[in-house]
Design a protein around this ligand. Structure first.
Ligand SMILES: NC(=O)c1ccc[n+]([C@@H]2O[C@H](COP(=O)([O-])OP(=O)(O)OC[C@H]3O[C@@H](n4cnc5c(N)ncnc54)[C@H](OP(=O)(O)O)[C@@H]3O)[C@@H](O)[C@H]2O)c1
Length: 260
């Protein structure tokens, strides 16, 4: 895919992986619009990157998504790439029932319903573009269990499956469906998570790798350690399960306040 001269919407683009993708795509001569909920974070991303367009949107809220899409299509009618990156992860100690159901629901609404509603509202427009793409950011965890974040893990597996199905459905259209499955990346989301012997990837390296692979039309993009972790899980699931299980107790013990 040509990675220049596109008009790109990145959800959750105000920090972390989304902002790194936005900055890299700006450098490749694209028009980039980011959305997120927090206006201050959007403003600071825009201050750092004056060419960036920003819009507030809560992807878990259908009306907020509808409003954003209506305005975007007026202001940026050439929009041809949607990057579904916004996501949240709640640690959840299932044994001690630590996380209120409301937070689990919000995680599902953001990580699953957010992606589906953006695709639903933008696909009629994307299909009319000469070259278009949907890029879903899931996780290496889509393939394996992680007891410290069971709802998050399930949402990523769901969007992995959704990506496979919509890719098949859209194969005779102009819309290419990519999936990015990051390993652990140094962002606010992974703060406090450390896997012995595994360094977190830097967001800008993940962004560069993703764009390189999109350019080559690699549909499933597994940056850094993700590729190895997924292969190892297929060959030796007990080994990866042990690594993940070893990381969980410390994380769960560190939940400083129960959200119940
Ligand atoms: N970091 C990792 O190790 C890692 C690994 C694998 C996959 N991922 C995935 O990569 C994506 C980005 O993660 P990250 O690490 O960059 O996270 P992050 O640093 O926490 O950033 C998350 C971004 O999403 C936005 N966001 C959250 N909920 C939203 C909502 N309901 N509506 C709109 N925007 C929302 C946040 O802004 P507001 O809070 O202002 O809305 C922020 O811009 C996520 O899908 C995550 O699951 C991350």
């Amino acid at each position: 895919m040509n990675i220049s001269n596109n008009t790109i919407l990145i959800t959750g683009g105000s920090m972390g992986i989304g902002l790194a993708l936005a900055e890299e795509l700006l450098q490749q001569n694209n028009t980039v619009i980011i959305c997120a909920r927090n206006q201050k974070k959007l403003d600071s991303a825009q201050k750092k990157n004056p060419n960036l367009h920003t819009v507030t949107c809560d992807v878990s809220d259908e009306h907020s998504v509808s409003n954003m899409v209506d305005n975007l299509l007026k202001d940026h009618p050439t929009l041809n790439i949607l990057i579904n990156n916004a996501g949240m992860m709640h640690l959840h100690d299932v044994v001690n029932n630590s996380l209120a159901l409301e937070h689990q629901k919000n995680e599902i609404l953001t990580n699953i319903f957010g992606v589906i509603s953006l695709c639903d509202k933008l696909l009629p427009h994307l299909i009319k573009q000469k070259n278009a793409a949907i890029v879903n950011v899931t996780s290496g965890l889509a393939y394996m269990p992680f007891m410290a974040a069971p709802v998050y893990t399930a949402t990523k597996a769901a969007i992995h499956s959704y990506s496979l199905s919509i890719r098949a459905a859209l194969k005779n259209t102009s819309v290419t469906v990519f999936e990015v499955l990051p390993p652990m990346v140094e962002t606010e989301m992974s703060h406090g998570m450390d896997m012995p012997g595994m360094k977190k990837m830097l967001p800008n390296n993940l962004a560069k790798y993703t764009i390189k692979k999109m350019r080559k039309d690699t549909l499933e993009i597994k940056p850094g350690a993700a590729s190895m972790m997924i292969k190892m899980y297929n060959w030796f699931p007990w080994m990866i399960n042990k690594m993940m299980d070893n990381m969980a107790p410390k994380l769960l013990a560190d939940i400083t306040h129960s959200t119940k």
